[in-house]
Design a protein around this ligand. Sequence first.
Ligand code: LLP
Length: 404
Amino acid sequence: MTRFQTLADKYDTPLYLYDFDYMREQYNKLKEAFRAKKSLICYAVKANSNLSVIKHFGDLGAGCDCVSIGEIKRALTAGVKNYKIIFSGVGKKDEEIKEALQKDILLINLESEAELARVEEQAKLLDKEARISIRVNPNIDPQTHPYISTGLHENKFGVDLDTAKRMYIKAKNSNFLDPVGIHFHIGSQLTQLEPIKEASEVVSDLVRSLKVLKIDIKFFDIGGGLGIQYDDETLIKPYDYAQAIFSTLHGLDVTIMCEPGRYLSANSGYFLTKVLYEKVNGEKRFVIVDGGMNDLIRPSLYNAYHKIEILGKDADEETSDCDVVGPVCESGDFFAKNIALPFTQHDDLLVIKSAGAYCATMSSNYNTRGRVAEVAIDSQSDRLIRRRENFEDMIALEKDYLKD
Ligand code: LLP
């Protein structure tokens, strides 16, 4: 715990810290679980797209799951090989498709018939054959938060089974498309194995029926979504996850791909923020800290729970209920509501946990607050992997346009 204090003193707050040892352990656990078959873990860059984080996973052997040309370029800049990069997402611009084809990445993942036509057109213009996969929406309830559920027909993602089959036949008959992959992703923060297994069964049945049509699927992408411990969740064990997938693949010789984000990075991360002061409005106690919803928006956006600890307080200290809030001018700017904390003083350090996924990547400059610094730690050392944004950074894209 004193290490947090040292790092807060060294780099200032608010601050993101990522434990690179933890990330490595998570990656290795998952890779090991799939050992019995060919597999490629494509880290979902959206979870934490810091270049050094991507490079860390790339060095371990991971590929990348990207959802914009920007993420693809991040992955390439971090040294990930083009043949390990896949491009997903429900809406891609022609220029993005073109650039992805020029960069010769492993797969473009299609999410509609209209998208198939656009990718075919771009491939034709470049006189290339685009390797594609199709995202199937298996219409299965993943039993997670509605905002991060994606595998039901009411969600915008993927295509139904009949449409997918039609698209595969179209792609097979095209000179510019090579249908080599299939994909599903039913949601995020999944803690139930059964819906994943059910989805895998439905999708592998489709792969078998495509085989009959001489459409040979080589990459079976099971998406991401493995849940993590924010609070007291019961988790899916990587071994059980892999076995459940294996059990659906009879008669198929495929490379299993998966796209975890949160599982690999969330619990490596800590958000450090200092107490500015306390106040009481009527009966209500507030602890006001220097980090805000612009830095870490998950509690405001999803009512998500992130465990909070205060450094240097004894467990037996007297507590009272309070809201932990930031300086942003929104009532929704909070990290926790009605939690029991001891009385705090100016400069006390709070550690907000599970902050390695969907935290820094979802941050903004709202209220002209600079994005915070990010630091990598491992057992031996610490190093800055993103410097704190300053005022000049924030106005750089506007100041040249200021009129007299
Ligand atoms: N693959 C696809 C196609 C995805 O849409 C996602 C996440 C992933 C993989 C990675 O999912 P993960 O393994 O990290 O659960 N901002 C939300 C999460 C949005 C997830 C979007 N898609 C949050 O803070 O919880």
